[in-house]
Design a protein around this ligand. Sequence first.
Ligand code: FES
Length: 118
Amino acid sequence: MEFVRVARSGQVPEGYVRRFFAGELEIAVARLRGTAYATSNYCTHLDCLLSSGKLVDEGIGCSCHGSVFDLETGDAVCPPATEPIRTYPVREEDGDIFVGITEEDVASGGPRRRKVVR
Ligand code: FES
Protein backbone atom coordinates (compact mmCIF):
# COMPACT_ATOMS: atom_id res chain seq x y z
CA MET A 1 0.00 0.00 0.00
CA GLU A 2 1.17 3.48 -0.85
CA PHE A 3 0.06 6.78 0.71
CA VAL A 4 -0.78 9.16 -2.11
CA ARG A 5 -1.31 12.90 -1.66
CA VAL A 6 -4.82 13.73 -2.81
CA ALA A 7 -5.52 17.19 -1.39
CA ARG A 8 -4.35 20.05 0.75
CA SER A 9 -5.83 19.98 4.24
CA GLY A 10 -7.50 23.34 3.64
CA GLN A 11 -9.50 21.89 0.76
CA VAL A 12 -11.50 19.79 3.23
CA PRO A 13 -12.77 22.07 6.02
CA GLU A 14 -14.63 20.77 9.05
CA GLY A 15 -18.02 19.34 8.13
CA TYR A 16 -17.33 19.15 4.40
CA VAL A 17 -16.92 16.27 1.96
CA ARG A 18 -15.26 16.69 -1.42
CA ARG A 19 -14.29 14.49 -4.34
CA PHE A 20 -10.66 13.84 -5.25
CA PHE A 21 -8.78 11.44 -7.48
CA ALA A 22 -5.71 9.30 -6.93
CA GLY A 23 -4.93 8.38 -10.51
CA GLU A 24 -8.12 6.76 -11.78
CA LEU A 25 -9.42 6.10 -8.29
CA GLU A 26 -12.28 8.36 -7.22
CA ILE A 27 -12.37 9.11 -3.50
CA ALA A 28 -14.61 11.11 -1.19
CA VAL A 29 -12.60 12.90 1.51
CA ALA A 30 -14.52 14.22 4.52
CA ARG A 31 -13.61 15.95 7.74
CA LEU A 32 -15.66 15.24 10.85
CA ARG A 33 -14.72 16.40 14.35
CA GLY A 34 -11.29 17.41 13.03
CA THR A 35 -10.37 14.05 11.51
CA ALA A 36 -10.05 13.48 7.76
CA TYR A 37 -11.60 10.30 6.30
CA ALA A 38 -11.44 8.78 2.83
CA THR A 39 -14.10 6.53 1.33
CA SER A 40 -15.36 5.36 -2.01
CA ASN A 41 -17.50 8.02 -3.65
CA TYR A 42 -20.54 5.92 -4.61
CA CYS A 43 -23.41 5.06 -2.31
CA THR A 44 -24.07 1.32 -2.22
CA HIS A 45 -27.83 1.90 -2.50
CA LEU A 46 -28.24 3.39 -5.98
CA ASP A 47 -24.81 4.91 -6.68
CA CYS A 48 -25.37 8.55 -5.83
CA LEU A 49 -22.18 10.53 -5.25
CA LEU A 50 -21.27 10.68 -1.58
CA SER A 51 -19.23 13.81 -2.30
CA SER A 52 -22.62 15.45 -2.87
CA GLY A 53 -23.83 14.25 0.52
CA LYS A 54 -23.76 15.82 3.95
CA LEU A 55 -21.90 14.91 7.10
CA VAL A 56 -24.01 14.04 10.12
CA ASP A 57 -23.07 12.94 13.64
CA GLU A 58 -23.02 9.26 12.63
CA GLY A 59 -20.95 9.71 9.47
CA ILE A 60 -21.57 10.56 5.83
CA GLY A 61 -25.15 10.89 4.62
CA CYS A 62 -26.20 10.26 1.03
CA SER A 63 -28.21 13.12 -0.41
CA CYS A 64 -30.45 10.86 -2.53
CA HIS A 65 -32.39 8.68 -0.05
CA GLY A 66 -30.78 9.35 3.32
CA SER A 67 -28.47 6.37 3.84
CA VAL A 68 -25.69 7.04 6.34
CA PHE A 69 -22.30 5.32 6.43
CA ASP A 70 -19.79 5.15 9.28
CA LEU A 71 -16.66 6.98 8.10
CA GLU A 72 -14.26 4.62 9.90
CA THR A 73 -15.75 1.24 9.06
CA GLY A 74 -17.84 2.09 5.99
CA ASP A 75 -20.81 0.26 7.51
CA ALA A 76 -24.28 1.37 6.49
CA VAL A 77 -25.70 2.64 9.77
CA CYS A 78 -28.93 4.03 8.32
CA PRO A 79 -31.03 2.49 5.50
CA PRO A 80 -31.96 2.09 2.72
CA ALA A 81 -28.33 1.08 1.96
CA THR A 82 -27.30 -2.19 3.60
CA GLU A 83 -23.87 -2.80 2.02
CA PRO A 84 -20.78 -0.98 3.33
CA ILE A 85 -18.76 1.53 1.33
CA ARG A 86 -14.97 1.18 0.95
CA THR A 87 -12.82 3.10 3.39
CA TYR A 88 -9.16 3.99 2.95
CA PRO A 89 -6.55 4.87 5.58
CA VAL A 90 -5.70 8.58 5.83
CA ARG A 91 -2.61 10.43 7.03
CA GLU A 92 -2.48 14.16 7.36
CA GLU A 93 1.01 15.71 7.41
CA ASP A 94 2.29 19.24 6.92
CA GLY A 95 -1.00 20.49 5.52
CA ASP A 96 -1.52 17.67 3.05
CA ILE A 97 -3.94 14.73 3.04
CA PHE A 98 -2.55 11.35 2.00
CA VAL A 99 -4.72 8.31 1.29
CA GLY A 100 -3.46 4.75 1.52
CA ILE A 101 -4.31 2.84 -1.64
CA THR A 102 -3.06 -0.24 -3.39
CA GLU A 103 -2.05 -0.72 -7.02
CA GLU A 104 -5.18 -2.85 -7.42
CA ASP A 105 -7.34 0.02 -6.16
CA VAL A 106 -5.87 2.36 -8.76
CA ALA A 107 -5.99 -0.16 -11.58
CA SER A 108 -9.63 -0.98 -10.92
CA GLY A 109 -10.69 2.61 -10.40
CA GLY A 110 -12.38 1.48 -7.20
CA PRO A 111 -16.13 1.29 -6.69
CA ARG A 112 -17.88 3.05 -9.57
CA ARG A 113 -21.33 3.75 -10.86
CA ARG A 114 -22.92 0.48 -11.95
CA LYS A 115 -23.67 0.10 -15.62
CA VAL A 116 -27.36 0.08 -16.35
CA VAL A 117 -28.32 -2.79 -18.63
CA ARG A 118 -31.24 -1.87 -20.86
S1 FES B 1 -28.45 6.29 -3.57
FE1 FES B 1 -27.70 6.75 -1.59
S2 FES B 1 -29.41 6.42 -0.33
FE2 FES B 1 -30.13 5.90 -2.28
